[in-house]
Write a protein that binds this ligand. Structure first.
Ligand code: SF4
Length: 177
């Protein structure tokens, strides 16, 4: 079973594009981590899925480079307009759930992998971070961007669209394998 089978098994109507690239094509940038720490997305330091909990840039690079390939995939969600924050948050939650389904399916199939998802984790009403370990480690998917990867550059390398038109939001995920 390969990437094409995984995507078809997930069969999610919001899935839009996917592509496989070698991890040797990945670029890890400290600037991305500095942007994370400015917390414009509001997710920095709020869960075990984002920096600083996911480790240093070097640790993230080592995590990714332990695998040979990366399946990059996108899903697109409709918004009422470009200010539709509720729609963006709803799409983000749906996307993360889809990534968890993908992770569980790969695990059931014995694939040595790691899934990287969109930032933040809203699985629990109140996250245990930083006082106690994650309550659901099997559903804890590290942030793709938090690895220090510029997602717009990743999109270009993978040959998938970074944005998908007016009144939509596009989320990126990846499978390292
Ligand atoms: S699953 Fe719960 S405890 Fe774990 S990172 Fe997400 S919100 Fe926090």
């Amino acid at each position: 079973m390969g990437a094409e089978d995984w995507i078809s098994q997930i069969a999610d109507k919001n899935l839009r594009e996917w592509s496989v690239i070698p991890t040797s094509a990945l670029v890890f940038a400290q600037e991305v981590r500095e942007l994370c720490s400015k917390n414009q997305c509001g997710a920095y330091g709020t869960s075990w899925a984002c920096p600083p909990a996911i480790g240093s840039l070097e640790q993230c690079r080592d995590r990714c480079m332990a695998y040979e390939q990366m399946l990059v995939f996108t899903a697109v969600y409709d918004l009422e307009d470009s200010y539709d924050i509720d729609g963006m948050q709803k799409g983000a939650k749906q996307f993360r759930k889809m990534c968890i389904r993908l992770h569980k399916m790969l695990k059931e199939n014995g694939v040595d992998h790691e899934v990287l998802a969109n930032g933040g984790c809203h699985r629990c009403r109140v996250c245990t971070y930083p006082k106690e370990p994650c309550r659901f480690p099997d559903e804890l998917l590290p942030s793709l961007e938090g690895q220090g990867i510029y997602v717009n550059q990743l999109a270009e390398r993978a040959g998938v669209r970074y944005i998908n038109g007016a009144n939509t939001v596009t989320y990126f995920g990846a499978v390292l394998y």
